[in-house]
Design a protein around this ligand. Structure first.
Ligand code: GTP
Ligand code: MG
Length: 196
C-alpha cells in the first residue's frame, strides 16, 4: 500500500464527529510526546500532515487521515501528560476511551512508547484492553535513535518478553522518525491490516 497520498480529513472532539464508521481504521495511541504524530508523518512521507511539537499535549483532538477511501489512520490525543488542566484531561480521556470502545471500524492499534520508558501504566491498560477486545496491536518503541544499537536490541528483546503476559496479538518493533529505522516493518503491518 502506498501511504504517500494520505490526506487529512477532519479533527473530532468526540466520536460523534467522526466519519461514517465503515471501512478499516488504524489508530495511533500512546503517551504524550511518544512520537505518534511524527510517526504518521514518517509513514506518509509528509513533513507536516500531523502536527508535532516539543510540548507534550499537542494533539488534543481525534485527527482523521485517509489513505484511500474506506482506509483511515487516526492520530489520537496522547495520555499521561501531567500539566494539562484536569478538566481537559478528563475530556480527552473520555474521547479516547469512547473511541476505543465503540469504533467498529477499528481493526488495529499502533501503540507508541518511547524506547527509554516503555510500559507505563496507561500503556499496559491499553494492551490489556486490546487483548480483551481482540484488537491486534503493533507496539513501536519510538525514538530508537536515542539508544546505541546494543541497548536498543536488548530493550527490544525485553519488551517482547514482557508482552507475553498480555497474551493477544502483539507485535513489537523499534522505530525512529529521525532515521526511519523500522519503517518497512510498520508499512508491512499497516498494509496487512488495511487490506483486510
Ligand atoms: P502528543 O500529540 O502531545 O500526544 O505527542 P506525539 O506523540 O504526537 O509526539 P510528536 O510526534 O509531536 O513528537 C514529540 C517530540 O518528539 C517532537 O519534538 C519530535 O520531534 C520528537 N520525536 C518524535 N519522533 C522522534 C524520533 O524518532 N527520534 C527523535 N530523536 N525525536 C523524535
Ligand atoms: Mg501528536
Amino acid at each position: 500500500l502506498n501511504f504517500q497520498p494520505t490526506k487529512f480529513i477532519t479533527s473530532a472532539a468526540d466520536i460523534r464527529q467522526l466519519p461514517d464508521d465503515s471501512g478499516v481504521e488504524i489508530a495511533f495511541a500512546g503517551r504524550s510526546n511518544a512520537g505518534k504524530s511524527s510517526a504518521l508523518n514518517t509513514i506518509t512521507r509528509q513533513k507536516a500532515l500531523a502536527r508535532t511539537s516539543k510540548t507534550p499535549g499537542r494533539t488534543q483532538l481525534i485527527n482523521v487521515f485517509e489513505v484511500l477511501p474506506g482506509k483511515r489512520l487516526i492520530d489520537l490525543p496522547g495520555y499521561g501528560y501531567a500539566k494539562v488542566p484536569i478538566a481537559i484531561k478528563e475530556k480527552w480521556q473520555q474521547a479516547l476511551s469512547e473511541y476505543l470502545q465503540k469504533r467498529r471500524s477499528l481493526k488495529g492499534l499502533v501503540l507508541l512508547m518511547d524506547i527509554r520508558h516503555p510500559y507505563r501504566d496507561v500503556d499496559q491498560e491499553l494492551l490489556h484492553w486490546a487483548t480483551e477486545s481482540e484488537i491486534p496491536v503493533l507496539v513501536l518503541l519510538t525514538k530508537a535513535d536515542k539508544l546505541k544499537p546494543g541497548a536498543r536490541k536488548s530493550t527490544l528483546l525485553q519488551a517482547r518478553e514482557a508482552a507475553m503476559v498480555f497474551g493477544g496479538d502483539i507485535t513489537i518493533e523499534m522505530f525512529s522518525s529521525l532515521n526511519r529505522l523500522g519503517l518497512p516493518a510498520v508499512e508491512a503491518k499497516l498494509s496487512d491490516w488495511l487490506n483486510q
